[in-house]
Design a protein around this ligand. Sequence first.
Ligand code: ZN
Length: 284
Amino acid sequence: MRIANLAGRAVLVLGDDGAIDIAGASDNRFGPDPQALFDDWAAFADWASALEGADAAASDSFAIEELGAPVPRPRQVFAIGLNYAEHAAEAGYPPDSMPVTFTKFPSSIVGPGAVVALPDGNVDWEVELVVVIGREAHKLDRESAWDHVAGLTIGQDISERITQMQGSAPQFSLGKSFPGFGPTGPWLVTPDEFADRDDLAISCSLSGEGMQSSRTSMMLYDVPELLVRLSAVCRLLPGDIIFSGTPSGIGNRRTPQRFIGPDDVLVSQIEGIGTLTTRFTAGG
Ligand code: ZN
């Protein structure tokens, strides 16, 4: 099933543009806050699966622009660097023995259709599969890792490269946390919806020009391994999100370099999820 945030209320998405209000349909047992669904995700998923056969014609229609971030207030946002070999190579790093881990501060998270005001500097794109935690986890093993995932969505790890590389040690978390630098959406898709949840086409284009294209099966640390490594240290909490790394093709490593300008349109796609579109303006 697909779950979205329609004007601040959790909805089940049916067909192309149908929405069923979850609080209304459940007599306020679940929702309306999209973030609250994760507090009791197993019970919610169980209840919602019975609604999947509902008639799409009986739902309210919506436009993508009305959607907010499917996970609007994660307590923790993990992000992984250098998780595709070709991207690690273009960035000049050897593949690491540990996933490179940083955070995007939660204030950077926005939904689909966001318009991001560009700060000074070199603003770059990074399309990423975003994993949403549905069950608290600590010290997970690979076999049970997917059982702790509520769903998957599309993310853009927007990055301002000057801030990111400033000083003697990199400032990944700051350079990637300007307002609007974490577009996510358009909705969360539960893992059972995918024919192969470990092998999804992932791509992005900037103002019509293809920039990144790969498959999530090319990750150095796949989704179960990321959950094992992160949960070996941190408790993963329901409603946490993980940006799982970007393939090659970022602007900073192109010749000539290319960065996002005002009026650019960034379109990100992941197989089985859909399309996430972000626009930009001057002067953030
Ligand atoms: Zn990234």
